[in-house]
Design a protein around this ligand. Structure first.
Ligand code: NI
Length: 226
């Protein structure tokens, strides 16, 4: 499942993030790439653990913790501390698959990447190119989202970032370990949650509302790791 989460951050939070990141130190993005992806990767990143990345990353994680669409779609168990990348002057990231296990630098924490997320911190009119292209079993999807919107997609998919030929594209990116490892099961739960909420809203007195809620939680009990 590929899903767009709109308005993850407020306008004030985006402005603060852009200011803070503009004054941060940026290094070659290959520092967090695996062996295969290092050959495909050409961008800049704020180093992991940099105070600017920690501060803005915490702001993003706090916002996501209150975002019901994100929680319903991702069923997050662990979220990797957000990282930040920047593409300009023709830079791109060729086709790759994200590493399955990510170690949080300076700690013993590990996150299995079930889902990958990109949060767009530059308005699309400020740069040319830079589309995130995601290939899954349903074909090829393009994401170039409005400022402050985020795309979440299976980490198992092949994906790439097309060359940025004008301006500079700054984004946050990170990985999510879901309580439900299987994309198919997670997608079913998300669909069921949406249908249940609709029944609860439109027919709150119908016994099916309670029944659907029960089925959702009983499936989650079957499938979730906590
Ligand atoms: Ni990737």
């Amino acid at each position: 499942m590929l899903i767009t989460i709109p308005h993850v951050l407020t306008a004030d939070q985006i402005a603060h993030a852009r200011r803070t990141l503009a004054s941060a130190e940026w290094v070659d993005g290959r520092v967090t790439a695996g062996h295969q992806s290092a050959q495909a990767k050409d961008n800049l990143q704020v180093p992991e653990g940099h105070p600017a990345a920690m501060e803005i990353g915490d702001m993003i994680l706090t916002a996501l913790g209150q975002n019901s669409l994100f929680i319903s779609a991702a069923l997050p168990m662990k979220v990797f501390p957000p990282l930040f990348n920047s593409y300009g002057g023709g830079q791109s990231f060729g086709t790759h698959v994200d590493n399955a296990i990510r170690h949080v630098k300076g700690s013993s924490h590990r996150v299995r990447s079930d889902l990958s997320a990109t949060l767009f911190l530059t308005p699309p009119e400020d740069y040319d190119g830079g589309d995130l292209i995601i290939e899954d079993t349903y074909g090829i999807h393009k994401a170039k989202l409005p400022l402050g919107h985020m795309v979440v997609y299976p980490s198992s998919s092949l994906h790439r970032v097309e060359p940025v030929t004008r301006g500079r594209r700054v984004s946050s990116f990170f990985w999510i370990q879901s309580m439900v490892r299987s994309d198919a099961q997670r997608t079913l739960l998300f669909d069921l949650d949406n249908a249940t909420q609709r029944v609860n809203r439109d027919m709150p007195s119908n016994p099916a509302a309670v029944q659907l809620t029960g089925i959702y939680h009983n499936l989650l009990r079957q499938w979730a790791e906590v």
